[in-house]
Design a protein around this ligand. Structure first.
Ligand code: LLP
Length: 417
């Protein structure tokens, strides 16, 4: 899904679907996350079409964007959810997904979170260590229930992506690597309050080459055969998320169909239900971060800065992963300049782009930072006493507030003298 189809210029003013971004900034203020419902639905449709011939359940990975209205949009299309904490479980349930369509993941679950997941009747809890397997068994036994579990396998495949978001390498903390599997199966056989229902993997995020999925899936299928040989009846294989999107038109993402073409023939013969956990693919290009230019300045070398009212507190990805985000002027200009677009936070890493050709917009005008739907609002913070922005969802010619802007009172609400 390209953001250009829903974020487009109408009479030289950048718009989301049929709503011009100027009007949204005037109505709701800036900084503002603007999300297109059409884009969410189109991405979901594209994903489902690609994997249509495979019996599967798509569980939206809510960590990418946990706004209740975003989750609900996917839940209404029939998706389940992948959650990574008690807080995300709470969000998913409140967005209207039933427990039976929720996968509870996370490398370090506390007892209270395990109990909450069991009470919510989740489809399965992922297990990432033998100690965790024992903990889930203990909590389930206390409740007199049997916990459905997925073993997260670490396939030791190092997918090429930013090192902070590769997870399928056995030097990373995730999953149980092949050397630990025999012990895991033995332990599983000896515990009464857990039942193995799924084998799972997630090899990282923003992965362009389907071959990494193929290599990891082959490992998963080997483990599946082993599990069957040991008498376990495993009904699900979970391939995880990680499917790529285009942030930079010069580096277009591999189409989702290429992943499907490789994975479907590999997985279909297993005759099980396949689970996918896409996050970024569904939401990244559905939102922009709308911001106003506060000041423009030049330093002694002639270098130009556009200082805008959004910062790394609203989109930390450039600072954390050196990621590329397109920055567009809401009003088109004939002239362009080379500038750094930066925020008001007291860190040199507080930038959206450096030495980029941008429209020569004036102070007071609006800029849109594209591809701000995944890992943007969810990773926002109050650093420097910043207030989290409002969020708006556009549907055709209508816009709806889906999260209020934070207030100064909320900043100190939990503190006690
Ligand atoms: N499943 C599991 C177990 C995960 O850990 C993740 C992401 C996903 C699914 C969804 O992955 P996706 O389809 O969104 O790639 N903050 C980073 C990304 C961190 C991803 C963490 N796990 C970023 O902004 O690039």
């Amino acid at each position: 899904m390209s953001e250009r189809t829903v974020f487009h210029y109408i009479d030289d003013v950048l718009s989301c679907e049929d709503v011009c971004l100027d009007d949204l900034a005037n109505a709701y203020g800036t900084p503002l996350y603007v999300t297109s419902k059409k884009s969410l639905l189109e991405s979901a449709g594209e994903f489902e079409k690609a994997f249509a011939s495979l019996p599967h359940l798509t569980c939206y990975s809510v960590k990418a964007n946990f706004n209740l209205s975003v989750i609900r949009t996917f839940v209404e299309t029939g998706f389940g959810c992948d959650v990574n904490s008690g807080g995300e479980l709470f969000r998913a349930l409140n967005a209207g997904v039933s427990g039976g369509k929720i996968i509870f993941a996370g490398v370090g679950k506390r007892d209270d979170e395990i109990a909450y997941a069991l009470d919510s009747g989740v489809l399965m809890l992922k297990v990432e260590s033998l100690s965790e397997l024992r903990a889930i068994d203990r909590v389930a036994a206390d409740k007199g229930v049997v916990a459905p579990i997925a073993l997260r396998i670490n396939p030791n495949v190092t997918a090429e992506t930013h090192p902070y978001i590769t997870t399928g390498d056995s030097k990373e903390k995730f999953g149980i690597d092949q050397t630990g599997l025999e012990e895991a199966f033995t332990l599983l056989g000896s515990l009464d309050s857990v039942r193995l229902v799924c084998l799972d993997m997630h090899i990282g995020s923003q992965i362009f080459d389907p071959e990494y999925y193929v290599a990891a899936t082959e490992v998963l299928l080997d483990v599946f055969e082993t599990a069957k040989g040991l008498g376990f009846s495993v009904g699900y294989l979970d391939i995880g998320g990680g499917f790529p999107v285009t942030y930079d038109a010069r580096k277009p993402a591999t189409p989702i169909t290429h992943f499907a073409e490789k994975l479907i023939p590999l997985l279909a013969p297993a005759g099980v239900m396949v689970i996918f956990e896409p996050g970024r693919f569904l939401v990244a290009n559905a939102s922009v971060l709308l911001s106003r230019i506060l000041y423009k300045k030049r330093n002694h070398t002639g270098k130009r800065f556009f200082i805008i009212d959004a910062g790394m507190t609203e989109l930390i990805r450039p600072a954390l992963y050196q990621s590329h985000h397109e920055v567009l002027s809401v009003h088109r200009h004939e002239d362009s300049v080379i500038a750094d677009v930066v925020g008001p936070v007291c860190e040199s890493s507080d930038f959206f782009c450096r030495q980029r050709v941008v429209d020569d917009a004036d102070e007071g005008e609006l800029l849109a930072v594209l591809s701000s739907g995944a890992y943007a609002a969810v990773m926002s913070s109050n650093y420097n006493g910043r207030l989290r922005p409002a969020e708006v969802m556009v549907d055709g010619s209508k816009a709806r507030l889906i999260r209020r802007r934070e207030s100064y009172d909320q900043l100190i609400a939990n503190e006690l003298f």
